[in-house]
Write a protein that binds this ligand. Structure first.
Ligand SMILES: Cc1cc2nc3c(=O)[nH]c(=O)nc-3n(C[C@H](O)[C@H](O)[C@H](O)COP(=O)(O)OP(=O)(O)OC[C@H]3O[C@@H](n4cnc5c(N)ncnc54)[C@H](O)[C@@H]3O)c2cc1C
Length: 463
């Protein structure tokens, strides 16, 4: 018999959203999940499953029953022939990587952090970059789902294929995902090369950057022309880090600072201690003196990004990094061919409204189109443009004008917001954005006619 707890307080990773569920459960088996759902049906309660709690929105919040999947975190099967792994849905990717390492396998692409669960990352449409790679949900070859009435459905291309097309990006609203089977590849090392450039150079040569590197992305530093280009590619080299003082060929730097920052001598203390503590302090200062933000963006580009750096390691260590700062984020996917127009419009909007402050970086990533009903990349190759506003020492920085300007531009260029990240869209918007929205709604209403798996975030999506 599964026991629930009262009085649990949930906070997401960024501490931007939280809730007090009426009961909190940590089931250890499918049978225990079924018991919670039976109790919820009897008492007419809503249920929300939470994974790693990393979503920067209220998508995982509830005042009903909360199910935490942390005890359902085993690797169930590894098929080295097919290079597939079946896991319980609550496994953190941080727990999965070492187990895949032991079998010489790896996931072909990952988001930036690993303290997130298999079901959580697929359900919210988590993505990385690489125009030949889809969002993480495209790595799923099968999953099992427990629906509101306790039935377990196996979904794959051959079993309930229509549900499979919906359930990979499930938003947590179709049922409890119990297991996920992921397509892996042979374990690989990645070499990361980052070098400075300018917005003009990158946007003028976007296609050639996309061809040159398998996992290409770039960081733009608002209130400047500065860009850091990041290439990640397969390599046979062992783990190493090289911090070069030589600037990349042809990059004309647009900083107001001397050409070499202190860490060009390879002094990593600057980057990873002084740099980060100084950033938080200066960002906090800028809450009193907003005009500092542009200077901070240019200063940190000069301090940390204006030289070539190389490193190599096993793929999951290169894909992910330790994110130190709590932050608000938005991340919309627009058609890939609109990248240049949209980014230039964002830049000119910021120039026209100097009172609107934008923290660095705007992270620009690229993803292959797919056929998952609510994937932001549904039927189109996409460019994701992630904007952030940090919360220095937990303090909120005014962001609404920046958010509004960005959302207006994203909508104009046919954007679709990241499901995990805060946005102001409602059902009317999603009906326009997603050709298959009615199909997803019909599947959801059939599987969950009483709305057991809804919460206030999902009500805005579906009502
Ligand atoms: C520091 C940081 C870096 C990030 N980097 C990236 C990035 O690079 N790319 C990107 O796209 N996103 C990124 N994100 C967002 C993150 O990948 C997503 O929020 C992801 O969903 C988090 O997984 P989680 O396990 O924490 O899910 P949660 O936030 O716990 O849940 C997400 C959704 O999945 C549902 N869910 C979880 N488990 C189940 C289950 N077993 N059954 C049914 N529903 C379930 C929840 O109900 C909820 O609707 C980042 C977030 C942070 C905080």
């Amino acid at each position: 018999m599964v026991h629930g707890h009262k009085g649990f307080q949930f906070q997401n990773w960024a501490r931007t959203y939280g809730c007090c569920p009426e009961m909190y459960y940590q089931p250890a088996s499918a049978e225990e999940v079924r018991e919670v759902l039976a109790l919820a049906r009897q008492q007419n309660k809503r249920v929300k499953v939470v994974g790693g709690g990393h979503s920067p929105s209220d998508i995982a919040c509830t005042d009903g029953f909360m199910i935490h999947m942390g005890k359902m975190n085993r690797v169930l099967q590894v098929d080295t022939q097919k290079k597939q792994v079946t896991v319980e849905a609550g496994i953190l990717l941080a727990e999965l990587h070492p187990q895949l390492d032991r079998h010489g396998l790896a996931l072909p692409n990952l988001g930036a952090v690993s303290d997130v669960t298999a079901a959580g990352v697929i359900g919210s449409g988590t993505h990385n970059t690489g125009i030949r790679h889809g969002i993480l949900a495209t790595q799923v070859v099968a999953l099992t789902l427990m629906t509101a009435d306790g039935t377990v459905l196996e979904c794959s291309a051959s079993s309930h294929p229509e549900l499979f097309q919906a359930a990979r990006v499930h938003l947590g609203c179709l049922g409890v995902v119990l297991t996920v089977t992921l397509q892996c590849v042979r374990q690989f090392h990645l070499q990361e090369t980052s070098f400075p450039s300018t917005l003009k150079e990158v946007l003028d040569n976007l296609d050639s950057h996309l061809k040159r590197s398998e996992y290409f992305r770039f960081l733009w530093f608002p209130h400047s022309e500065n860009v850091s280009v990041i290439y990640q590619d397969h390599t046979n080299k062992d783990a190493y880090i090289r911090d070069s003082s030589a600037l990349t060929d042809g990059a004309e730097l647009m900083t107001d600072f001397p050409s070499q920052p202190p860490s060009s001598s390879g002094n990593w203390f600057w980057d990873y201690a002084v740099g980060f503590y100084l950033l938080e302090f200066l960002l906090w200062m800028s809450t009193f003196l907003p005009c500092l933000v542009g200077w901070i963006n240019r200063f940190f580009f000069w301090l940390l990004f204006n030289r070539k750096k190389e490193s190599s390691d096993v793929s999951h260590k290169i894909f992910t990094y330790e994110c130190r700062f709590k932050q608000h984020v938005q991340d919309w996917a627009i058609p890939r061919e609109k990248t240049k127009e949209a980014l230039l419009e964002l830049k000119s909007t910021l120039e026209a409204q100097p009172q609107v402050m934008a923290h660095y970086p705007v992270e620009v990533r690229f993803t292959r189109g797919d056929d998952i009903l609510l994937s932001p990349c549904f039927q189109r190759d996409s460019c994701y443009m992630n904007i952030i506003m940090y919360r220095p020492y937990g303090k909120d920085v005014p962001r609404l004008d920046y958010w509004l300007a960005y959302e207006t531009i994203m909508k104009k260029f046919g954007g679709r917001p990241h499901w995990a990240k805060a946005h102001n869209c409602t059902r009317k918007d999603f009906e326009k954005m997603y050709p298959a929205f009615p199909k997803f709604c019909a599947i959801r209403e059939k599987l969950d006619p009483t709305g057991m798996f809804l919460n206030s975030y999902l009500e805005k999506v579906f009502y």
